[in-house]
Design a protein around this ligand. Structure first.
Ligand SMILES: *Cc1c(COP(=O)(O)O)cnc(C)c1O
Length: 418
């Protein structure tokens, strides 16, 4: 199940007029689908008191999308100054923002503390001393090392650059307390695009166990655990969806058991990105050249600047061609970059198409436009939002050559020789 049949139907119903009005290429997102997924998540975990989703801004950093989340009561997970600013522009403040940065700079700590602050999630024990001012509430990102096997995408925790090692974790809280921390959270993020729900249950169980151990050693209580993001979606039609209800049920049981053992339970936080918006975005692009050499290439009017996942990870994105159900052929769908990995699909069976046909590249709602880059002078496309009422709104214009040249417009500055 790539994009839902319902989203495809609503999109295809208006596709020709949308294409005519806005021109290709563009990412288009489905407000209805995003809202439904948000409600589904809130409902599934609703039996855990204080459950809170912090949308991982990096997945789809667009204010119009983030507003949908904020209206549903979600907070934001940020890892840069730009993402903090995006969140605060929407009115998010203080504990509605989680700052989970890696290799954090002084400027980032300053921005995190400014403007009402946020929940600071520290990625290394050394940051205890580097935080300009220790906030009252502090969280650490935990890396279990060899205690846990990683999922296939994020890899082995021992090799991951993130988090505080197991044998540092007690000391991390102890040192934070010395600097004035009095409220505590615990975070980890071990998986990416994981569709096996038991892995997430295992993560929650691990964190709750760790909370008990640290609490006992240091005589503190924890306000929350944050199980990170990484909930997976099916990119291929034959893949199963994550069983969110079973995941929620079993994690709720873990919390209930914790409450029985300890007389209280922390709140549960999550910072999912892909699961919330991934399936609700489609990259709409036009075929502009059919090339027949040793293979057949369908050249389209977008490239890796719009979607890097296939080139970067060899990721599969489902492709459909509305109105074409006839004979299929094996093709590569390619962009215009001078890089041979600029391919949206490799040796894929697709209905025969011709110049001018519209291709829908599915599941671009997360880590799509956000990862785009300007290599080879290629510009990023616009973003549209398909509203619930069927109207379509421009929510980010396409990049222009002026944007590209903006960083070449500066005052001369030379450090001369002695
Ligand atoms: C990327 C990231 C997320 C979101 O990951 P998804 O796979 O989109 O759910 C959440 N938290 C942190 C710290 C991340 O780096």
């Amino acid at each position: 199940m790539p994009a839902s049949a319902e989203f495809q139907q609503r999109l295809e119903h208006r596709l020709s007029s949308i294409v005519e009005h806005f021109g290709t290429p563009f990412h288009i997102y489905d407000e209805k689908g995003i809202k439904e997924t948000c409600s589904e998540l809130s409902k599934a975990f609703g039996r855990i008191p204080g459950f809170q989703e912090y949308f991982a801004v990096k997945a789809l950093p667009n204010p119009a999308i983030m507003k949908i989340m904020h209206d549903q009561g979600f907070g934001f997970d940020c890892s840069s100054i730009a993402e903090l600013r995006l969140s605060r522009q929407l009115g998010a403040r203080g504990e509605e923002i989680m700052f989970t940065s890696a290799n954090t700079s002084h400027n980032e700590f300053m921005a995190a503390a400014a403007d009402g602050g946020c929940i600071l999630n520290l990625d290394d024990i050394s940051f205890v001393d580097k935080v300009p001012e220790m906030p009252e509430l502090i969280c650490f990102r935990y890396n279990p090392g060899s205690r846990r096997t990683g999922n296939s995408i994020i890899g082995n925790p021992v090799e991951a650059k993130y988090g505080v090692a197991h044998d540092q974790i007690l000391d991390a809280y102890r040192r934070a307390m010395k600097r004035g921390a009095i409220r505590f959270g615990l975070h980890t993020m071990l998986a990416s695009n994981e569709r096996e729900y038991t892995y997430m249950v295992e993560t929650a169980r691990m964190l709750l166990g760790l909370v008990e151990w640290i609490s006992e050693k240091l005589d503190i209580k924890f306000e929350f655990i944050n199980i990170g993001g990484g909930l997976g979606i099916p990119y291929r039609p034959e893949e199963n969806t994550l069983d969110i209800q079973s995941m929620a049920n079993q994690i709720t049981e873990e919390f209930d058991a914790f409450r029985v053992r300890n007389g209280y339970a922390p709140k549960m936080y999550m910072e999912s990105g892909r699961y919330i918006t991934g399936p609700h975005g489609i990259l709409v692009t036009s075929a502009i050249n059919r090339k027949e050499i040793y293979r057949t290439y369908i050249g389209v009017d977008s490239c890796m600047s719009a979607l890097m996942r296939p080139g970067m990870y060899g990721a599969y994105h489902h492709i459909t061609i509305p109105g074409k159900n006839g004979e299929e052929e094996i093709v590569d769908v390619v962009g215009s970059l001078c890089e041979n990995n600029d391919k949206f699909a490799i040796q894929r069976s697709l209905p025969k198409s011709e110049d001018g046909d519209i291709l829908l590249i599915h599941d671009t709602g997360a880590h799509g436009i956000a990862m785009g880059f300007n290599y080879n002078g290629k510009l990023r496309p616009k973003e549209l939002l398909l509203r619930k009422d069927g109207s379509v709104e421009l929510i980010r214009r396409a990049e222009t050559l002026d944007d590209y040249f903006a960083t070449l417009d500066f005052e001369p500055d030379t450090l001369g020789v002695l």
